[in-house]
Design a protein around this ligand. Structure first.
Ligand SMILES: Nc1ncnc2c1ncn2[C@@H]1O[C@H](COP(=O)(O)OP(=O)(O)O)[C@@H](O)[C@H]1O
Ligand SMILES: [Mg+2]
Length: 309
């Protein structure tokens, strides 16, 4: 079967308003003035799709847009980044998806608003009509489409990759969550998500628990870099790059793109982690996950600087 896309990325768009350089957290009755501000396209789907395209992969992004200015802004930026509109679905109603981030170097507080999703999301049509090498889901999706979509992907030999983005109430005590992680061929939570999902404070134990469900697990851990383990093999680690972050929003999704670009070329797991750490780490130098543009050549020259020769 011909593979038009290396990666089919699912996941809604978002418009992120990012406030940086805040003296304190917002509170009732007080105006808190930021010294920095930007508005950018975001959401795990956009961030990973754009980062993969910059690394030279053939990427399809299945996304719903409305007839509102936020949709129009993100749609235009996606096209400017080289993503094709083939898998975009345009609706004749507003589909506003917005987050406001009060961003501090160590973490951020969010406000969000999302219009209701269309009854049949763009992902359904994309899954039915394409046969990519892998499908990337930018969070723990455990809804009703999971099992039919998984069955279709198995038939077509498509790999399912899932990021660990999820809400507080997502953990392995919920049967559908176990089913979702069990459906993935590769699962990439961050350390916080790995601990929350499993209830294990110790990362090695959290890894072991997740490996019972998914054969390959990558845990992203901010300044500590990232760990990967294939079921039955030893855990490997690669350190983060040294940066002074401005905003860490989207670094996990940027990491995923770096990791996947190397993984699709069947590079060793340590190398895949190093690619993830470079793309994820560099993304923290600008607001959101895509303000910093990282190409394959950037990654390779950084790798050469670490390991000359
Ligand atoms: N302060 C940082 N310094 C260097 N690299 C970072 C930093 N924060 C994030 N990264 C890189 O981005 C990856 C993902 O970040 P992390 O915070 O673990 O995930 P998420 O963005 O999902 O919360 C890390 O594994 C690391 O490679
Ligand atoms: Mg994340």
């Amino acid at each position: 079967m011909s593979r038009t896309y290396d990666a089919l990325v699912l996941g809604d768009y978002c418009l992120d308003l990012v406030f940086t350089g805040l003296p304190k957290l917002p509170e009732l009755g007080v105006e808190v003035v930021a010294s920095g501000f930007d508005y950018l396209p975001g959401g795990g789907g956009y961030t990973c799709a754009v980062a993969l395209a910059r690394l030279g992969l053939k990427v399809g992004w299945a996304v719903d847009f409305g007839d509102d200015p936020m949709s129009a802004f993100v749609r235009r930026r996606a096209i400017e980044e080289g993503l094709k509109a083939a898998l975009f679905v345009d609706h004749a109603r507003p589909l506003r998806r917005i987050t406001v981030a009060a961003s501090f170097p160590e973490d951020r507080a969010f406000l969000a608003f999302y219009d209701p999703d269309p009854p049949v999301p763009a992902a359904v049509r994309a899954l039915a009509t394409t046969s990519p090498r892998l499908v990337f889901v930018p969070g723990v999706y455990h809804g009703p489409l999971l099992l039919p979509a998984r069955a279709l992907m198995r038939l077509r030999g498509v790999t399912l990759v899932m990021d660990g983005n999820s809400t507080e109430d997502t953990h392995l005590g919920v049967a559908s969550v176990c089913q979702a992680i069990g459906a993935a061929d590769l699962f990439l939570p961050n350390a916080l998500e790995a601990r929350r999902l499993t209830g294990e404070a110790d990362l090695a134990r959290a890894m072991a628990r997740l490996l019972e469900l998914c054969p390959l697990v990558v845990i992203k851990d901010g300044t500590h870099g990232a760990w990967a383990c294939a079921r039955g093999s030893a855990m490997v680690h690669a350190p983060a790059i040294e940066v002074e972050p401005l905003d860490t929003t989207g670094s996990g999704d940027a990491f995923d793109a770096g990791f996947l670009a190397a993984w699709l070329e069947r590079k060793p797991l340590e190398t895949c982690l190093a690619w993830g750490n470079i793309v994820g780490g560099l993304s923290t130098l600008g607001p959101g996950g895509t303000a910093v543009r990282t190409t394959r050549r950037d990654v390779e020259s950084r790798l050469r600087a670490v390991r000359p020769g």
